[in-house]
Design a protein around this ligand. Structure first.
Ligand SMILES: Cc1cc2nc3c(=O)[nH]c(=O)nc-3n(C[C@H](O)[C@H](O)[C@H](O)COP(=O)(O)O)c2cc1C
Ligand SMILES: Nc1ncnc2c1ncn2[C@@H]1O[C@H](COP(=O)(O)OP(=O)(O)O)[C@@H](O)[C@H]1O
Length: 204
């Protein structure tokens, strides 16, 4: 299951044209890496490409999120990852998330190969900033990615990775309180039933 964007009406068309404008500018020159403060040849994400909306069923990952990091991350299936537009860069994003038709919560998401763990498969992993009573494998996760935080990085220790994720969570919490981000909680995307699904733009 790999649903991208689901709308029924004109909103859908408007949003679809915006999605097709998604761009990531890759700079060839040196620029400041916001997380380390060092000069680095890194991808600069054009914020105008966001928000990006997607939806899919939560599948099992390597089980490290809760065990190693104390930060559970819900994984999207391959079909969702493989259908990301090429111009959505890997890296760490923040936004809004909803499990099935539940409440909308703040979230942070990592897209890429988890350089610390040297994964061979690209993944999209969402930490929902909320304490759930139980796991939600198999449920439908809807996310609106609204802002970019930083590129993925390798770390010398697990503690450094954990500290970086906690700092991402704090940044997400603050940024998502901005009016332009708060209004996305009311977006039509979150009002559509998860039962009404479109797979990569085609109604199922
Ligand atoms: C906000 C956030 C930032 C992350 N940043 C990195 C990173 O910079 N480098 C990295 O290797 N993994 C990063 N990760 C991914 C974690 O390593 C990953 O979620 C963890 O390995 C759990 O994977 P699992 O769900 O497959 O068990 C990040 C995850 C989140 C939620
Ligand atoms: N706040 C949360 N954010 C994300 N997932 C959560 C949260 N609370 C519970 N979970 C559950 O934990 C799972 C992720 O745990 P994790 O240890 O990272 O395992 P996995 O590698 O299988 O994804 C999610 O799929 C979800 O069912």
């Amino acid at each position: 299951m790999g649903e991208k964007l689901l709308y029924d009406d004109d909103e859908y068309k408007k949003e679809e044209s915006r999605i097709s404008r998604v761009t990531v500018r890759t700079s060839t020159g040196p620029q400041t890496d916001r997380t380390s403060g060092s000069l680095d040849h890194c991808k600069r994400v054009d914020m105008r490409s966001l928000p990006y909306f997607c939806r899919g069923q939560v599948v099992r990952g390597f089980g490290r999120g809760s065990k190693d990091l104390g930060i559970p991350t819900a994984n999207f299936p391959e079909s969702v990852v493989d259908n990301l537009p090429a111009d959505i860069s890997t890296g760490i994003y923040y936004g809004w998330a909803r499990v099935d038709n539940g409440d909308i919560h703040k979230m942070v998401m990592s897209i890429g190969w988890n350089p610390y763990y040297k994964n061979t498969k690209k993944s999209m992993e969402t930490h929902v900033i909320h304490k759930f009573k139980e796991d939600f494998y198999g449920k439908i996760l809807s996310v609106a990615m609204v802002g970019y935080i930083r590129p993925e990085r390798g770390f010398k220790s697990l503690d450094e990775l954990i500290a970086a994720i906690h700092s991402d969570i704090e940044e997400a919490k603050t940024k998502l309180d901005l009016p332009e981000h708060l209004k996305l909680k009311e977006h039509h995307f979150f009002k559509t039933s998860t039962a009404n699904q479109i797979l990569n733009g085609h109604r199922l």
